[in-house]
Design a protein around this ligand. Structure first.
Ligand code: DAH
Length: 356
C-alpha cells in the first residue's frame, strides 16, 4: 500500500493506528514482526516513503512535516524493537528452562593426552639401557647399496638372503649384484657405515626400520630392529654375554639367559640368545612351546672379513655385534597377540599401551 497523500497529521495518525493494530495482532510471532518492520521501515516501507515525500512539499510546509514524520517513525520503530527484544529474551529464557544447559557443571577435562607408540616406547627404553652402558646411537639410510646390506657383511654373492623373495630391490641386480640398491633387510649395514666413518674402537647401537618381502600374521613387510656393535682391543664372547644379559635383565627383570650356537655370515661364532619365558618363567607354556625359553636376539663375534671390509685391523681388534626385532620385544612386553596391531594405528589399541 502506498501513501498517495503527503505526510499530513491525519495521514500519519492513520498510519500510526494501522501500525498499532498490526503490532497487536502479531503478538510474539517473530516472522510477522519482521514483516511489519519491513512494511513500515524497510526501503519501500510506508514511513520511509512518507519521509521521502516531504521533499516534494512546498518549502514552508517541509519543516513541520519532516519533524512530525520523523517523530512518528522513531516512536513506532521504538515500539516494534521493544516487542522484538522482549520476544528474543523470552525465547532465550525458554531455552534455558529446558535445562539442557547446566552452567553449574564443571567444564570438560583437558583434551585426552596422546602417548608414544609402543615401538617407540620400547625403542627409547632400549636405547637408554645401552646408553647407560656407554653405547652411542648411530643411523643409516633405509635404501642401501647391496654392498653395505650384504657384501661388506660377508654374504657371498649367491647367498639366499639376497633372493627376490626376501629383499625389496629398488634397483634390481643385473649381472653384478653389487650394483643393486635395496630396502635394507636388517640394521646390520649401519655397523659397516659406523665403522667406515669412525674406525675402532667403537661402541654403537642403531635402531631403525627394515624391510622384507614377507607378510603374514607374524611378519610385516616393514618392521623395526636395533643393532649393536662393540669393537675394541680384547673384546670377547664374555663381554657379549655380559652386555646382553645386563640388557635383558634391565628390560625384562632378572631371568635366565642362554646362548645357542647359530649362523650369520657376518659373525663367527654366531649365537642366538634366549631368555627364560616371560609368560611362565621357564616352567613351559604354549607361548614358549613348552621349552621354557624364548629366542630374542641374534649375536656373535664380528667376522674378521667384516672388520677388513671397513679397514679395521682384525689382528688388533675384536668385537661383538647383535641385532633384535623391536616389535617382537614390544609384543612380549605387553603380551600383544597380533603383530598387525603394531602397524594399524588404531587409537583404541594404542591408548591401552602407555607409560613405562
Ligand atoms: N641381522 C640379523 C637379522 O636381521 C640379526 C643379527 C644377527 C644381527 C646376528 C647381528 C648379529 O648383529 O650378530 O636377522
Amino acid at each position: 500500500m502506498t501513501e498517495a497523500t503527503a505526510p499530513t497529521p491525519e495521514v500519519l495518525e492513520a498510519v500510526q493506528r494501522d501500525f498499532s493494530g498490526q503490532l497487536a495482532d502479531a503478538g510474539r510471532d517473530v516472522d510477522e514482526l519482521q514483516r511489519i518492520r519491513s512494511a513500515f521501515f524497510g526501503p519501500k516501507g510506508r514511513l520511509t516513503l512518507l519521509l521521502k515525500s516531504v521533499g516534494q512539499l512546498p518549502p514552508e510546509a517541509r519543516r513541520d512535516a519532516g519533524r512530525l514524520t520523523n517523530e512518528v517513525k522513531r516512536s513506532l520503530e521504538g515500539a516494534l524493537m521493544e516487542v522484538l527484544d522482549a520476544t528474543a529474551a523470552e525465547a532465550r529464557e525458554k531455552e534455558l528452562r529446558k535445562g539442557r544447559l547446566d552452567l553449574s557443571l564443571p567444564g570438560r577435562r583437558a583434551i585426552p593426552k596422546g602417548s608414544l607408540h609402543p615401538v617407540t616406547q620400547i625403542n627409547n627404553e632400549m636405547v637408554d639401557i645401552f646408553a647407560r652402558m656407554g653405547f652411542d646411537v648411530a643411523g643409516g639410510p633405509e635404501v642401501e647399496t647391496d654392498w653395505h646390506n650384504f657384501g661388506a657383511l660377508n654374504f657371498p654373492d649367491d647367498h639366499p638372503a639376497r633372493d627376490m623373495q626376501d629383499t625389496f630391490f629398488v634397483r634390481p641386480p643385473d649381472d653384478r649384484p653389487a650394483g643393486s640398491l635395496v630396502l635394507r633387510t636388517h640394521t646390520s649395514p649401519v655397523q659397516i657405515r659406523a665403522m667406515l666413518a669412525q674406525g675402532a674402537p667403537i661402541r654403537i647401537v642403531a635402531p631403525g626400520r627394515v624391510y622384507r618381502c614377507d607378510s603374514d600374521p607374524t611378519h610385516s613387510p616393514m618392521f623395526h630392529q636395533i643393532e649393536g656393535l662393540w669393537v675394541d682391543e680384547g673384546v670377547s664372547m664374555a663381554h657379549l654375554r655380559g652386555v646382553l644379559t645386563g640388557f635383558i635383565n634391565a628390560l625384562f627383570g632378572e631371568r635366565g639367559v642362554r646362548l645357542r650356537p647359530s649362523f650369520f655370515p657376518f659373525v663367527e661364532p654366531g649365537v642366538e640368545v634366549d631368555l627364560e619365558c616371560v609368560f611362565c618363567d621357564g616352567a613351559g607354556c604354549n607361548v614358549c612351546k613348552q621349552t621354557g625359553w624364548m629366542e630374542i636376539l641374534g649375536a656373535g663375534m664380528v667376522h674378521p672379513n667384516v672388520l677388513k671390509s671397513c679397514g679395521i685391523d682384525a689382528e688388533k681388534y675384536t668385537g661383538f655385534a647383535f641385532g633384535l626385532g623391536i616389535d617382537r620385544v614390544a609384543m612380549l612386553r605387553w603380551a600383544i597377540d597380533d603383530l598387525a596391531h603394531m602397524f594399524r594405528s588404531d587409537a583404541r589399541f594404542l591408548s591401552q599401551i602407555r607409560g613405562i
